[in-house]
Design a protein around this ligand. Structure first.
Ligand code: ACO
Length: 429
């Protein structure tokens, strides 16, 4: 294969080198295109644009493969802990026992929020969306740690990473407590990461609360499965905002806002609403599948299809099994889980879904687990954000350490009015 491609334009030839990745993905390097030809590329939604060379996550959407730092997602979901997976994503290698102990200790000992942050939670109205509180409080962390937030100082980056990983579960749980009018529960450092989060979510000061280990395991697995997914909208947001050299808290807060959107982190809520609608229609899956296939009907099967995966989303496979265990234990017979399984079976045998390669994605079963745990719909994206945090940190760090990084600043094709004369207000009707 040749190592460059040629663009012929207006009598000029531009030779674009081909960039090759370790999995043989190929891209056209157009970084010198504008300087040489005056042309820019036009790619709405950046669907054909590689914004970075990244060594963090590899996805093969046709084969249904997801790997973090080369390790397939399946053994990580089965055998790793969220802290270990976070270390792997952020530092590039699995930790030694000592490195893992050190990383865990640091995160465990930064879980408390500064007491003067409490009024921030109190200030929000009771029906505030927890994602708004999460984003505001994450940005607010930068006000407390101004002396240690230089993005170009590795020591500051290290301590900011510990602080973010440690404090985000506390912020998330407090945003939930605020929304249901219960007292905030302080972190307990004797508990593991997921266990501590569940404790802060569901304990009340009036009685003892023991976290169910099966719930802890299920949550740990969900966090691992959501931990990174290369250059998606929220990660690209973190990178772009971070490229301005703002502090990492501000960059992560921007990522949380991007994730909040229903086209990104919000789809699992819509799955639940769709399943409820089908259950209310007495489980008539056939009519919903017919609607999803009808070009004149905007309805789509939520939790089906993916921009990258044209095969079963490897995360969905694992989550389906976990949903089975958790729902059986906590709910017993869940009519919505039943509807989901019937819907999947019917869709996977339908020619429309087969031809278009539409399979269940990560959101199809995850919401059912959160629901069985007793979480309200508006907390679903918050759980997604907790899982995605180490991926955002790893991608931000890779961006800040990359000598090729420039401030993110796309160009445009201007289609507005050409130059015209200003007309004073006295001369306008
Ligand atoms: N139900 C019915 N038809 C579908 C579905 C679906 N869920 N998904 C895609 N299609 C059809 C489209 O109508 C289109 O048909 P056409 O070629 O006849 O026009 C074809 O499949 C390709 O779909 P696109 O929308 O072009 O694919 P794209 O890659 O742009 O979109 C997306 C992917 C947004 C995920 C889409 O499959 C979808 O809307 N799914 C439902 C929402 C959802 O589950 N989102 C969560 C994604 S995972 C995540 O973000 C964490």
């Amino acid at each position: 294969m040749t190592d460059h491609a040629r663009v012929e334009y207006d009598g000029q030839t531009f030779e674009a080198p081909i960039v090759v990745g370790t999995e043989q993905e190929r891209g056209l390097d157009v970084s010198k295109l504008r300087g040489s030809t005056g042309l820019i590329t036009y790619d709405p939604g950046y669907a054909n644009t590689g914004s970075a060379r990244s060594a963090i996550t590899f996805i093969d959407g046709d084969a249904g493969i997801l790997r973090y730092r080369g390790y397939p997602i399946e053994p990580l979901a089965e055998q790793s802990s969220f802290i270990e997976t976070s270390y792997l994503l952020i530092h590039g290698e699995l930790p030694t026992r000592e490195q893992l102990r050190g990383f865990r200790d640091q995160i465990t000992h930064h879980t408390l929020l500064r007491e003067d942050m409490r009024p921030l939670f109190d200030a929000f109205p009771p029906d505030a969306h927890p994602m708004a509180i999460l984003s505001a409080a994450t940005s607010g962390l930068s006000t407390f740690y101004q002396d240690h937030y230089d993005p170009l100082d590795p020591a500051d980056v290290e301590v900011s990473t510990y602080r973010l990983m440690a404090k985000l579960p506390t912020v998330a749980a407090w945003s939930y407590k605020k929304s249901i009018g219960q007292p905030y529960v302080y972190p307990q450092n004797a508990l593991g990461y997921a266990e501590n989060f569940l404790h802060m979510m569901f304990a009340v000061p009036a009685e003892d609360y023991h976290v169910d280990p099966e719930l802890t395991n299920a949550l740990t697995q969900l966090l691992i499965l959501h931990a990174d997914h290369e250059q998606n909208a929220s990660t690209s947001t973190v990178r772009l905002v971070g490229s301005t050299h703002v502090n990492i808290y501000a960059a992560i807060a921007a990522g949380i806002s991007a994730l909040w959107g229903p086209r990104h982190g919000g789809a699992n809520q819509e799955v639940i609403q769709m399943l409820e609608e089908i259950a209310a229609a007495e489980g008539n899956t056939a009519s919903f599948i017919a609607r999803a296939k009808d070009r004149n009907d905007p309805f789509r099967l939520m939790g089906f299809g993916h921009r990258v995966y044209k095969n079963y989303d490897p995360r969905a496979k694992i989550i389906k099994n976990t949903a089975d265990t958790v729902i059986n234990k906590l709910v017993g017979d869940d009519p919505l889980f039943e509807v989901a399984r019937e819907l999947e079976e019917a869709a996977l045998q339908d020619d429309y879904f087969i031809e278009k390669k539409l399979y269940p994605n990560v959101d199809f079963y995850s919401g059912l687990i959160y629901r069985a745990m007793g979480l309200p719909l508006n907390m679903f994206p918050v759980l997604f954000a907790l899982g995605r945090l180490p991926g955002w940190v790893a991608q931000w760090k890779e961006m800040i350490e990359d000598s090729e990084t420039r401030i993110g600043r796309p160009r445009q094709i201007y289609v507005g009015p050409t130059e015209r004369d200003y007309v004073p207000i006295s001369q306008r009707s």
